[in-house]
Design a protein around this ligand. Structure first.
Ligand SMILES: Cc1ncc(C[n+]2csc(CCOP(=O)(O)OP(=O)(O)O)c2C)c(N)n1
Ligand SMILES: [Mg+2]
Length: 1255
């Protein structure tokens, strides 16, 4: 029997001790190819076998003694039966003569598990009068029943007569007759062959018709456990292009992406938060799928199941590899009994085309994105350790080599609602299946016992799962479940060739600190031993937090729904599956005069005229609407900004607008990476701010609305006129003059109607002098007015404290950035007792600012000053504001001396934040805080404006306070009229000049295709060389960006693109395209084009040529930029490029080569192996070299390092210090395509340095 099990592939035996079963136990343990595990508790053991089957899709064999040992298997048998998990139970029994006689440990074991097993057979006690073949066919038949659909547990009851021990006995060998072949074959005695049913029936044509006709299809992926099935489900999802709802048990909820770029281009529309979206009544009413296809029988979410019930009648197709009715609401119209792979093969093979309503999918995706943002935000901003947080953080901590096991009751529900897959860049351990599956992510399997949803045997199941799956398992279970299966610890203790486990037990009482769990998880990952982590939590606090999550998710879903359904123009375009597109972006440089120097201007420079420079952007849509934005860099370099704007002008043409953009919350980041193909954070903050402003304004223009109404559409019953709305403004005083003079100025402002004043401090020799000014102001204006001070990080801790002690009675609303060291802020709060505000501290926020903000939760920090043009736009500003409000702090929008254009947008934005805050208070049932005075007092600095109408604020009619009218600000943006006098330069899309140049080199006439952008008279010439199979086209966005300051020229290298070559008649051999020939050719081209030295920029093969020219034609080359410049490419490094959203376009453009034979020639002649080694030349180089490599490009990083050290061995000190190597974050090999803005900045900086060297 045991050998036959082995031959059938059953190699894992779970053995409970007992004497009646000893013949089986001895046989199993002495079989060399079989692994055994033992446990005294049969219930735990059987659950362990279930976990094993879940992990490897093979049955484990359970051996027990007779009596209640057999009964103890029942809970697991029930679960296995419900979940179609194969198990083979070998239960020992007394022989028939001892049954029903009162004999010890004898019960009726026949059909003991009733209908819960797929098959039962009672073997007679061993005897020589029955052929042994009977035993073999019994095992074969049982295992076939266990493993063929519907799979499940099978039971063979094995009687044994005493003596049980191995006592020699006479027996007839005739029972072994006919076994010779079996002995020698190594195969099972009977081979079962299953004939697959085909999809030929006419009913299947119906199903295809239904799928094809769907306009609002929904693909549900329920519990699916086999890798093949998961892959098949994904292929189906990709083919259908329907919205996909993946259950936590599908493995597809915890997706780990390679990079954020790949996330925005996965080609599958996952809607992970349908459950919480359905909390919104509007959304619930709206969701009406016409066809539902469900793969895998079980769906964890109750709300989704209810939704499906409400959708009835509609076509509902369920596919699973068993015939059971899984239809609790009785709504399934088509039940397909097939494997998922078979079904997918059939659908894909039938070439079904789909015609999904794009509004349906874009609505679902937008709502989902907002709920996702909301949940993530709340979980991360909550100060206590909550169960949703545990679900979030444990799932995030999983890496490629891990799987998860979730307990019943809350753990599985929390995981289904709040687990989070993508923790970018951190999932590095284990095997990355995303490279082999063809999808840009890797999935993580999740197991749970959902057959009967018992809280028994969960720990044992998890240990079995770890055993079967051979992966690290993180098991999350409740305290009661853990206690229910303490015998599972006996299984955990035994380490038989399995990976280590982490068990997180959620003990719902008490409280703890969040970071402790994160640390414990990280630690457990690096432990060799198994870990049990107890997380204490409180039922009440959790219930409260769950309720908040639901309320906010509901509000987010409703808000998203109402916002996007009101966008009539954007919606009308998306109905026929094309969204409205951007047709043009223009930038105009402005320069306006100010009345006074900026507060950032150093003292002593206060007498000349003062100006502010920036850019006005106009954005045009194909329907004729125009939007407007302002880019007003203060700390950023104007040229860098200009380059980014030129780049944007080029890449933005023809990009579609998304419905979700006015919702912010990640929509802009997503749009930027998907449509512009760049990392969102590579845009300079002021550029991103201006771009967002222009996009919001163009959507508002198209919709005939205002920015405020777009961000916060008022409810149907609300008063939609913004005429009565105002935003409080804080006046700003630069603190020149005696204390009396400053106090007098403050008093004038109070008379004007200001209720809040901010004074710049840290301007005087001693902080006490600053304090005296504050005291004087207070004395003069009384305590009615809010008074703020801003030290701009200019003080040391002691100076700040000195100031603090001297203004303690002045009732400052806050002191902004009192200390120069960020780490002293909290200490200052504690020692001075003064309320503090942050400003500069939040300027350097990266894509996920919450981590950084979390460091400043201290109660002493009462406000954050948010400058949209410093933090990088409205989306981020809104996130920071929301966080601060959630923490009970003020969010103060502040200008950075922008023109009236940005100020108007900020007024609208500030009003939106106030409205959002009021809504927040309503949801939380708290008193609304009084409106904040926003830092827009810089308007007083404007002597001129970019609008024809000067930005102004006035006394409110009701209260007499100085406030900005939201209505006026809206009008300024809608009826924007540019003051032409303020413009100093306009730049539109630069023209590309395309022409051919002929040069002869060594008997070959090259006809080279040239693309040129920029002023021909410009001496600053940059030449761009592409890589193998590239063309000059690859460089166009970069060239456009750089054309304002340089003359940019790109060639199609010989054999590539539109370049041709002709061999002269007198040459008897074919042309030689060595690197030297190409360099000579370039040399001649440079001569034709310019008399000045050029900077050569090359990528890959182009980089090698660039280096060659820099070394050998140095009289023509000023400097060289080498991107991923070296021989030999590793396939691995191309993967991140393949995930680029525009990869298919890139590939298509690379296929345009006119002269294929010459291309083949170039590939061969210019290959790395054929070029002379330049290593030794490096130290003699007279031209500065900039080496650029992708951070993920290990091989080229190493090469660049060595090149850099060789270059530094050179003798020429003036050149030597200019050689640099730069690694570009998040990039592989094709850095200039993956992160173009970063590369543009580096080239530009390098060219400037070369100029300095030249002069
Ligand atoms: C074998 C079994 N007994 C009883 C139940 C009923 N039951 C469902 S949830 C639960 C409590 C589970 O507590 P715990 O494991 O701590 O999880 P929590 O509810 O705290 O998330 C019980 C007893 C069950 N599902 N299965
Ligand atoms: Mg509990």
């Amino acid at each position: 029997m045991i050998e036959e099990c082995y031959r059938l592939g059953l190699t894992y035996f779970c053995i409970a001790p007992g004497s009646r079963s000893s013949p089986l136990t001895i046989a199993a343990t002495s079989h060399p190819m079989i692994s055994c595990i033992a446990c005294i508790d049969e219930r735990s053991l059987a659950f362990h076998a279930i976990g094993y089957a879940r992990g490897c899709h093979k049955p484990a064999v359970i051996i027990t003694s007779s009596g209640t040992a057999v009964s103890n298997l029942l809970p697991a048998v029930v679960e296995a039966s419900q979940e179609f998990l194969p198990l083979l139970l070998l239960t020992a029994d007394r022989p028939p003569e001892l049954l029903d006689t009162g004999a010890n440990q004898a019960i009726n074991q026949v059909n003991h598990y009733g209908s819960f097993v797929r098959h039962f057979f009672s073997l007679p006690a061993p005897t020589d009068i029955i052929s042994t073949r009977m035993v073999l066919t019994t095992v074969d038949s049982a295992v076939y029943h266990a493993t063929s659909s519907p799979s499940g547990p099978v039971h063979i009851n094995c009687s044994f007569r005493e003596p049980l021990e191995n006592t020699p006995q006479e027996w007839s060998k005739s029972c072994l007759k006919g076994l010779e072949f079996w002995v020698s074959s190594g195969q099972p005695f009977t081979t079962y062959i299953h004939s697959h049913s085909s999809f030929a029936h006419s009913n299947f044509a119906d199903v295809l018709g239904i799928i094809q006709g769907a306009k609002q299809g929904l693909l549900l992926i329920g519990a699916v456990f086999k890798e093949d099935d998961i892959c098949a489900a994904l292929l189906l999802a990709k083919h259908l292009k329907w919205a996909v709802i993946a259950d936590i048990l599908s493995g597809l909820r915890l997706r780990k992406y390679r990079s954020s770029l790949s996330r925005s281009h996965e080609g599958i529309l996952f809607v992970d938060h349908l459950d919480h979206s359905l909390l919104s009544d509007e959304v619930k009413q709206w969701i009406k799928p016409d066809v539902i296809v469900q793969i895998g029988s079980r769906i964890t979410s109750k709300r989704i199941s209810q939704m499906l019930q409400h959708c009835f009648p509609c076509s509902y197709i369920l596919i699973d590899n068993h015939p059971s009715r899984h239809d609790p609401s009785h709504i399934i119209t088509h039940r397909i009994h097939s494997s998922i792979s078979q079904f997918t093969d059939w659908v894909l093979g039938s070439c079904v085309t789909t015609h999904i309503n794009s509004k349906w999918t874009s609505f679902l995706c937008s709502i989902n994105m907002m709920v996702d943002w909301e949940i993530s935000f709340l979980i991360n901003s909550e100060n206590s350790l909550t169960e949703p947080y545990v679900a979030h953080i444990t799932s995030e901590a999983l890496d490629y080599g891990s799987t998860m096991c979730v307990g019943n009751s809350m753990p599985i529900r929390d995981a289904d609602m709040y687990a989070n897959g993508s923790s970018l860049g951190e999932c590095t351990r284990g095997n990355d299946t995303s490279s082999t599956s063809g999808f840009p992510f890797h999935w993580i399997q999740v197991a749970g016992n959902r057959g009967a949803s018992g809280i028994d045997g969960l720990l044992s199941t998890a240990v079995g799962f770890a055993m079967g799956h051979n992966k690290r398992v993180v098991c999350v279970i409740g305290d009661v479940s853990f206690l229910h299966d303490t015998n599972g610890l006996a299984l955990l203790k035994q380490r038989i060739s399995r990976k280590q486990m982490t068990v997180v037990v959620i003990n719902n009482h008490g409280g703890a600190i969040c970071t402790e769990l994160q640390n414990a998880l990280i630690k457990s990952q690096h432990e060799e031993a198994d870990c049990v982590i107890e997380v204490e939590s409180s039922i009440d606090a959790n219930a409260n937090f769950h309720s908040n999550l639901r309320k906010f998710a509901c509000q987010a879903a409703s808000h998203a729904f109402s916002t996007i359904s009101r966008l009539s123009v954007l919606n009308s375009f998306s109905q026929d599956s094309v969204s409205i597109k951007i047709c043009k972006l223009e930038s105009f440089q402005y320069r306006i005069q100010l009345c006074a120097p900026l507060t950032t201007t150093p003292a002593g420079n206060h007498h000349s005229k003062h100006y502010r420079e920036g850019f006005v952007l106009t954005l045009h849509l194909e329907d004729g609407s125009t939007g407007i934005g302002e880019v007003a860099p203060l700390k950023e370099n104007l040229l860098d900004v200009k380059e980014q704007l030129q780049f944007l002008t080029h890449v933005i043409k023809g990009t579609p607008l998304y419905l979700s953009l006015p919702l912010l919350k990640g929509s802009f980041s997503n749009w930027i990476s998907t449509n512009l193909g760049i990392p969102p954070d590579s845009l300079l903050p002021s550029v991103r701010c201006g771009l967002e402003m222009a996009i919001l304004s163009v959507i508002a223009a198209a919709e005939g609305s205002t920015m405020l109404n777009l961000l916060h559409p008022c409810a149907p019953k609300e008063d939609c006129s913004t005429k009565s709305l105002n935003v409080k403004i804080c006046a700003l005083i630069d603190s020149d003059g005696t204390p009396e003079e400053v106090a007098y100025l403050a008093a004038t402002l109070v008379e004007e109607g200001f209720t809040a004043i901010k004074l710049k401090v840290a301007r005087r020799a001693n902080p006490i002098e600053d304090a005296i000014v504050i005291q004087e102001i207070r004395r003069k204006i009384g305590f009615q007015v809010q008074l703020r001070a801003d030290a701009n990080r200019k003080w040391s801790f002691d100076q700040a404290l000195l100031f603090g002690y001297n203004v303690i009675d002045c009732a400052l609303q806050y002191i902004e950035e009192p200390v120069n060291d960020e780490d002293d802020i909290i200490k200052f709060c504690e020692e001075s007792g003064l309320p503090v505000a942050l400003d500069e501290t939040i300027d350097n926020l990266q894509e996920n600012p919450l981590k950084m903000l979390a460091r400043f939760k201290h109660n002493g920090i009462v406000a954050v000053v948010i400058k949209p043009s410093f933090v990088g736009g409205f989306e981020k500003a809104a996130l920071i504001a929301r966080w601060e409000r959630q923490q009970g702090k003020m969010a103060v929008v502040s200008a950075a001396f922008e023109s009236g254009l940005a100020l108007s947008a900020y007024v609208q934005f500030s009003c939106f934040l106030e409205m959002q805050n009021a809504e927040l208070c309503k949801i939380m049932n708290t008193e609304p805080a009084s409106p904040v005075a926003h830092g827009l007092g810089t308007y007083k600095w404007l002597k001129e404006d970019v609008t024809t109408k000067l930005f102004s604020i006035s006394r409110g009619a009701v209260n007499g306070f100085m406030e900005a009218s939201v209505f006026d600000a809206g009008q300024t943006l809608v009826n924007f009229d540019i003051n032409q006098n303020a413009l100093i330069q306009s730049f539109k899309a630069e023209e590309v000049h395309n022409y051919q140049l002929k040069v002869d080199v060594e008997g070959v006439t090259f006809s080279i295709n040239v693309q040129e952008i920029g002023d021909k008279r410009n001496d600053n010439v940059i030449v761009f060389l592409h890589g193998f199979l590239g063309t000059s086209e690859d460089w166009i966005p970069t060239m456009k960006a750089m054309s304002a300051s340089s003359r940019c020229i790109a060639f199609d290298l010989p054999g590539h693109g539109g370049s041709k070559m002709q061999v002269n008649d007198d040459m008897d051999q074919g042309p030689n395209l060595s690197i030297k020939v190409v360099a000579d050719m370039l040399h001649k081209l440079f001569r034709i084009l310019t008399t000045s030295k050029v900077t050569v920029v090359g990528y890959s093969m182009g980089a090698r040529i660039a280096l060659f020219t820099a070394l050998r034609c140095n009289n023509m080359v000023k400097g060289a930029v080498l991107i991923s410049g070296s021989p030999g490419l590793d396939d691995e490094l191309w993967r991140s490029l393949k995930n680029h959203p525009q990869f298919s376009q890139i590939v298509a453009s690379r296929m345009k080569h006119d002269d294929v034979q010459a291309l083949a020639k170039a590939l061969s002649d210019l290959s790395t192996g054929r070029q002379p080694s330049l290593w030794e030349d490096l130290k003699h180089t007279k031209s500065p070299i900039l080496l650029i490599v992708g951070e993920r490009d290990e091989k080229f990083k190493k090469i660049a390092h060595s090149m850099c050290s060789k270059l530094k061995e050179g003798k020429d000190d003036s050149v030597k210090h200019l050689h640099t190597m730069v690694k570009i974050p998040n990039s592989g090999h094709a850095v200039h395509i993956e992160n173009p803005l970063h590369v543009i900045h580096l080239i530009s900086e390098f060219v400037t340095r070369l100029d300095v060297l030249d002069s």
